[in-house]
Ligand binder design. Structure first.
Ligand code: PEP
Ligand code: MG
Length: 878
């Protein structure tokens, strides 16, 4: 069989569909060559040869080197260069390339072909002796390390000696004589440790390198990578041998990188930079400032023209923006690489729309092209990339926490919610910095420019609340030590006070010093176009998690098709409602509790009328009270004293009651439907408020579609009892109001306890709908506290025990089974039972794909994620 496939002007033997045989890189090099791109010629040794190598006790198959020699001969003829030549030597790179991308996992050797003769040739050809010897010593080092197993350390020791001899601090300060000496030293190191001299015959170098690449296929990190990425069924790696070109042989040479369209705005304009007489590394190292490609005609008109032709060719061939690398050697342009270009969210939207207009792609392709998560960049302010890059370069990055709620915020530090409120009212911009937040901090969180916490995970209070508002939040930044009393924080050994300004990036979790410039989002017509396409192709509905009419209205503008979760407890922290709420909780007898509830009822009714009105015609899921009651009470003596005064009871009474309500494990304690079991009057009040609100809406001809949701159910018996109570209240309110019209009220439950998923057929008998509360379901399935996971999550990620935070992206393998089981069991007793998800995963694209697959009817997410969910749902359906 044929073992090597040539690519070049002489002939191109491979095809783009031969990835299995030639590897991704080999097939792509052949493809680029055959569409007429000027690719430095070379050849690809097939993956079959790698397979043979392992089948025959790790021996290169007979005949391989004959084929290699033949291909090298063609290569020499085509390039006019010769292996080992002292005038114009042929140098090649030797790289691995399997059918699946395995970045950095296998071996590469550059500058192969250099020897004592060829180094003179390279010096002549480049007119740069130092560069030639520098290339040579790099080859000896790389070849020694990768091919012959000579530890890199030994070369480092030799280099350090030369550097001290020439009083050079940096590598590039070593003069030519030093480099020549270094090559000799490296050859000695090689011989000493390997037992044989560094091979002078380029073909011998090549044979050994090919074998080294095959060997690297089975080295532990590559094997491990394939395991983790689930890459199976491959024959092995191919080997690409490609002639090297140099952009630093004189003023008719150069090198550059470019995008076929602007990757930050999407504008259809060639965008790139180049340097005359330089190597790729010079562009990257930033030693010289490159010129924009638009200025290339001043240097070489013909090459610029050719580059533009190639740009069009590439886009019409790959039908996507390309990120290219090119080199000009002695007036000849070479393409070294092309790949799909990374782009900002805004650019992705514009490019997708433009390419549909240009008939390069169709709508469905366009919808799939845009990474759904990147849409947040279009909806929220962000740091300007340049300002952020500068800040990071200047060492302003202090630490990185969890990217809890996207956006960019800048402000001075405020240490309590009340401080944040006061200083904001006084005209300052502040960041609220807390260990963690709790419902009492709501005012300060709402007014602050951003929120930074040192503990807590992606579903901690701060994260959930901030996401709901679109407020920027970095959570769980464990490196930040907060001293609330002294009004200081310490991070990275530095201390900052209430007068220092920080910038936080909620999309990345970065915490930076100083004020970094931000930019406001601009919504283009293209955004609406993309959303229209998404709506056309998706089957999942998208609702929002919203607690107030204002949030509901905004979510509706973003395209929400209802409320999937209204956490009623969030309504109790506004203004002085908390007083009535606390009076209710502190009541130690039924009569007092009922009196307090009576005060709450009209407030709740008004809230619900507002929500039903904002969402008229669309379903609104209202969840009955869920959190443990003690969360609503003040915990320090001073605040308890004030509350006692307000309620006209003794401070000791408040203190006692708080102690009584204390729980070791509140998240597994007296919360959710268990509250309604103990205090039926709470359920009664909330349901009364809901039904009265629904009736008020009907009377105003507002179409209210109500879904009452009972949280944290674990048994069918719980749900049956509470459902019957709920129904009884509905009937009683209708009766009392003498209402004879039709109300649309469903009674359903959350599936957020593993037992509920396991017994979803029994529970389904009692429910009009299921909503999967995947925050609690994840917490209870893993046994990971959602509020404390950040203390160990980094170790789990670093040790690859978890691929990602399971509170951010649904654990499809484990928690997902419970969701799937819940849906199937529920629908086994009630055909077509309405099922949705309201945990934070409802806004995560990967989780949305899963929700689509298991047949949920809708996902529900925070308002700012609604567009993301619409797009992700379409992508899941296509
Ligand atoms: C859940 O548990 O997934 C949920 C939505 O409820 P909460 O986050 O309020 O506990
Ligand atoms: Mg929950």
């Amino acid at each position: 069989t044929k073992m090597a496939y040539y690519f070049g002007k002489t002939k191109t033997e491979g095809k783009s569909n031969q990835k299995q045989l030639l590897g991704g890189k080999g097939a792509n090099l052949a493809d680029m060559t055959s569409i007429g791109l000027p690719v430095p010629p070379g050849f690809t040794i097939t993956t079959e040869v790698c397979d043979l190598y392992y089948k025959h006790k790790q021996k290169l198959p007979p005949g391989l080197m004959d084929e290699v020699r033949k291909n090298v001969a063609i290569l020499e003829k085509e390039t006019g260069k010769k292996f080992g030549d002292s005038k114009l030597p042929l140098l090649v790179s030797v790289r691995s390339g399997a059918a699946a991308s395995m970045p950095g996992m296998m071996n590469t050797i550059l500058n192969l072909g250099l020897n004592d003769e060829a180094v003179v040739g390279l010096a002549n050809a480049t007119q740069n002796e130092r560069f030639a010897y520098d290339s040579y010593r790099r080859l000896i080092n790389m070849f020694g390390d990768v091919v012959s197993g000579v530890d890199h350390e030994h070369f480092e020791v030799a280099f350090a000696k030369i550097k001290s001899k020439y009083k050079a601090k940096l590598d590039n300060e070593v003069p030519l004589e030093g480099m020549i000496e270094l090559c000799d030293e490296y050859k000695k190191v090689y011989q000493h440790h390997y037992g044989k001299p560094f091979p002078q015959d380029p073909l011998e170098q090549l044979e050994a390198s090919v074998e080294a690449v095959f060997k690297s296929w089975m080295q532990p990190r590559a094997v491990k990578y394939r395991q983790v990425e689930n890459i199976t069924g491959l024959l092995g790696t191919a080997v690409n041998v490609q002639s090297m070109v140099f952009g630093n042989m004189g003023d008719d040479c150069g090198t550059g990188v470019a995008f076929t369209r602007n990757p930050s705005t999407g504008e259809n304009k060639f965008y790139g930079e180049f340097l005359v007489n330089a190597q790729g590394e010079d562009v990257v190292a930033g030693i010289r400032t490159p010129l924009p490609v638009a200025e290339m005609p001043k240097w070489n008109k013909a090459i610029h023209k050719r580059l533009l032709e190639i740009k069009d060719l590439l886009e019409s061939h790959y039908k996507d923006v390309q990120d290219i690398e090119f080199t000009i050697e002695r007036g000849v342009l070479y393409m070294l690489q092309t790949r799909n270009g990374k782009r900002t969210g805004a650019a992705a939207v514009k490019i997708a729309c433009d390419m549909v207009k240009e008939k390069l792609i169709d709508e469905k392709t366009a919808v799939q092209r845009i990474p759904a998560g990147d849409l947040t960049q279009l909806l929220l302010p962000s740091f300007t990339p340049a300002a952020k890059a500068t800040a990071k370069k200047d060492g302003k990055l202090l630490t990185v926490g969890l990217p809890a709620s996207p956006g960019a915020a800048v402000g001075k530090l405020a240490f309590t919610a009340s401080e944040a409120v006061e200083r904001t009212h006084a005209g300052e911009k502040v960041l609220l910095v807390r260990k963690e937040t709790n419902p009492e901090d709501i005012d300060g969180m709402h007014l602050a420019a951003g929120i930074l916490t040192s503990t807590g995970g992606m579903t901690s209070h701060a994260a959930v609340v901030a996401r709901g508002w679109g407020r920027c939040c970095v959570a769980g930044a464990g490196d930040v030590q907060i001293d609330e009393k002294a009004r200081k924080i310490k991070v990275g050994g530095k201390t900052f006070t209430h007068n220092d300004v920080l910038s936080i990036d909620g999309s990345t979790g970065e915490v930076m010093l100083g004020e970094i410039a931000t930019q406001e989002p601009k919504l283009s017509g293209d955004f609406a176009t993309v959303m229209g396409w998404a709506d056309k192709y998706r089957t999942l509905k998208v609702r929002t998690n919203a607690d107030t009419p204002a949030d509901a209205k905004r979510a509706r503008e973003f395209g929400a098709e209802g409320i999937g979760l209204c956490r009623t407890e969030h309504m109790f922290f506004e203004g002085d409602r908390i007083v009535a709420m606390r009076a209710m909780i502190l009541a130690d007898n039924l009569a007092d509790r009922k009196k307090a509830l009576k005060n709450l009822l009209p407030l709740q009714r008004k809230d619900f009328i507002g929500l039903f009105t904002a969402m008229k015609g669309l379903p609104v899921t209202i969840r009955l009270l869920d959190p443990p009651l003690h969360e609503f009470l003040p915990h320090d003596a001073k605040a308890q004293g004030e509350l006692a005064k307000e309620l006209n009871v003794s401070p000791a009474f408040v203190k006692n009651r708080v102690a009584q309500l204390h729980e070791q494990n509140p998240m597994l304690g007296h919360r959710g439907c268990r509250l309604a079991v103990t205090y039926p009057e709470i359920l009664e009040t909330q349901v009364t408020a809901i039904v009265e609100a629904a009736i008020a809406c009907v009377e105003k001809k507002i179409d209210a579609q109500v879904e009452i949701m009972i949280p944290l159910v674990g048994t069918a018996a719980e749900l049956k009892m509470l459902r019957d109570q709920t129904q009884a209240v509905i009937d009683a309110v209708k009766e009392a109001k003498k209402f004879t019209g039709k109300l649309n009220i469903l009674i359903g439950t959350m599936i957020e306890i593993p037992r509920a998923a396991l017994t979803a057929d029994q529970i389904g008998e009692q429910a009009d709908f299921f909503s999967f509360g995947t925050n609690d379901l994840t917490q209870m399935t893993f046994g990971f506290s959602r509020d404390d996971i950040n203390t160990f999550l980094p170790d789990y990620i670093n040790n690859e025990l978890l691929a990602q935070d399971p509170f951010q992206s649904l654990d499809v393998t484990g928690v997902g089974q419970l969701v799937e089981m819940g849906v199937n069991k529920g629908r086994s007793v009630k055909k077509g039972l309405k099922c949705g998800i309201c945990g934070e995963h409802g806004g995560d694209p990967a989780s949305i794909k899963f929700c689509h697959t298991v047949g949920l009817d809708y996902v529900s997410c925070s308002p700012f994620r609604v567009p993301i969910a619409r797009l992700a749902a379409a992508q899941a359906a296509l």
